[in-house]
Design a protein around this ligand. Structure first.
Ligand SMILES: C[S@@+](CC[C@H](N)C(=O)[O-])C[C@H]1O[C@@H](n2cnc3c(N)ncnc32)[C@H](O)[C@@H]1O
Length: 207
């Protein structure tokens, strides 16, 4: 079982950040993230879609038409902002307060499961990725846009050294070995594309 205390601590941290989150990220959102998110529109397939860690709802403008999205997050305050975003965009999304490490959906519930910049802060990322695999149907797809530990040994060690400070400030780890975690959770990697050196990557996988 994931440690309840670390989930609570991190969700509270995002609750505290929720008010400033979009403002804080605005420069990088405009210069980099938005163009990467645009890919979601083409890559999300099937009628039933799960977004894990929806945050303030920054991916909502990129949901393709004709899909039904269920969006979860364990921070009530981030979710509140995502709901507001959905009402501004007139989008019908099911928002649920839920931990990706223990999803309350039956097996094979979704055609596409996806997350952007989430698995850096999930307390037990392998457990979260296993849960996503469980709720994804066998022919479905996982899409991730994530930052992770760089492959360069010097940079990797540097990221390890500064990670505790970033975790304390933001609740996010900058040295997660997310590709290894995806394999460990049983996913079959289909696409791995470096977007910003090998630190930010676009990932697609099948159960
Ligand atoms: C860095 S923010 C990214 C938000 C959004 N996906 C985006 O691209 O802007 C990470 C989000 O994941 C959520 N999150 C982290 N761990 C989670 C977990 N175990 N279960 C559900 N949500 C989680 C946080 O509450 C936060 O809203």
């Amino acid at each position: 079982m994931p440690k309840r205390s670390s989930s609570k601590r991190i969700s509270r941290r995002y609750d505290r950040l929720a008010f400033f989150y979009d403002l804080m990220e605005a420069p990088i959102e405009k210069s980099r993230f938005a163009s990467w998110r645009e890919r979601l529109t083409d890559r999300i397939t099937g009628g039933r879609v799960l977004e894990a860690g929806v945050g303030t709802g920054k991916n909502l403008p990129y949901y393709p038409p004709g899909v039904h999205v269920t969006a979860i997050d364990f921070s009530p305050k981030m979710l509140k902002r995502a709901r507001k975003m959905a009402s501004v965009l007139h989008q019908d999304v099911d928002f649920l307060e839920m931990d990706v490490q223990s999803l309350a959906f039956p097996d094979s519930s979704f055609d596409t499961v996806f997350a952007t910049f989430v698995f850096c802060s999930v307390p037990d990322p392998v457990r979260g990725l296993r849960e996503l695999r469980r709720v994804c149907r066998p022919e479905g797809r996982l899409i991730l846009l994530e930052h992770m530990r760089p492959g360069n040994p010097f940079l990797g060690i540097l990221f390890d050294l500064i990670n505790p400070v970033v975790v304390r400030m933001m609740g996010a780890n900058i040295n997660r070995r997310t590709v290894a975690n995806i394999h460990e959770a049983g996913w079959k990697l289909q696409v791995e594309e470096n977007l910003s050196s090998d630190i930010v990557r676009w990932i697609e996988a099948m159960p």
